[in-house]
Design a protein around this ligand. Structure first.
Ligand SMILES: CC(C)(COP(=O)(O)OP(=O)(O)OC[C@H]1O[C@@H](n2cnc3c(N)ncnc32)[C@H](O)[C@@H]1OP(=O)(O)O)[C@@H](O)C(=O)NCCC(=O)NCCS
Length: 173
């Protein structure tokens, strides 16, 4: 059962608190910089915060990603980063953020979600490494997972996926 939080769309006024939660949960600034680069590049599709009273205790961000299957372009997003205030981890707030986002993303035209994440965490929401197997992965295979928001949208023989420059991976579009 999730600790009682409100989940709302992130506002510019939340930027500093999002940076603080992200820095605390990842114990560093790399993910804060990723958020800034994604925003600057205009790639953010959905950014949600979890509010406990007036405090931001969690954040999740989805950004546009180039994905195609059998030469068909897919409206895909990348889930990254996601952060929970260290004191409030393991209380279901992260799960609530993901579930709320998965409700909202189809309404924004999104058809699939790609994540690099803990293989013990994301499959419970429907993410699957097998579904991502047709894409070349810049990351370890078992941590590279996909979820279909439109059933069957990733079905096909071959797929291509490229992370935008904001991810700093070297190969990008
Ligand atoms: C990972 C994270 C976002 C999950 O959010 P959360 O609110 O703590 O998670 P929930 O309470 O919804 O879910 C708890 C479950 O997640 C699992 N979990 C949390 N962190 C995990 C990790 N690093 N690896 C595997 N599972 C993890 C817990 O074991 C627990 O599993 P259970 O339900 O089987 O007991 C959060 O712990 C966090 O911010 N971690 C540090 C930053 C990070 O790793 N971000 C994600 C990058 S993929």
């Amino acid at each position: 059962m999730a600790a009682s939080v409100n989940i709302v769309e992130a506002l510019p006024a939340h930027d500093d608190a999002i940076a603080a939660v992200t820095r605390a949960s990842f114990q560093g600034s790399d993910e804060v910089e990723l958020i800034h680069r994604l925003r600057d590049a205009g790639l953010v599709v959905l950014s949600l915060v979890a509010l406990k009273e007036d405090d931001i205790v969690g954040h999740i961000l989805f950004s546009r990603l180039h994905v195609s299957v059998d030469s068909r372009e897919i409206h895909a997003v990348s889930l990254a980063p996601m952060s929970l205030s260290p004191k409030l981890q393991g209380k279901g707030i992260g799960s609530a953020l993901i579930r709320e986002a998965l409700q909202r993303l189809p309404k924004l035209g999104c058809e699939a979600v790609i994540v690099l994440g803990h293989p013990g965490y994301y499959p419970r929401f429907g993410f699957s490494a097998a579904l991502a197997a047709k894409f070349e992965s810049p990351y370890p295979r078992e941590a590279f997972m996909a979820l279909e928001l439109v059933p069957g949208i990733l079905t096909g023989n071959s797929g291509t996926l490229s992370y935008p420059k904001a991810f700093g991976l070297g190969t990008h579009s």
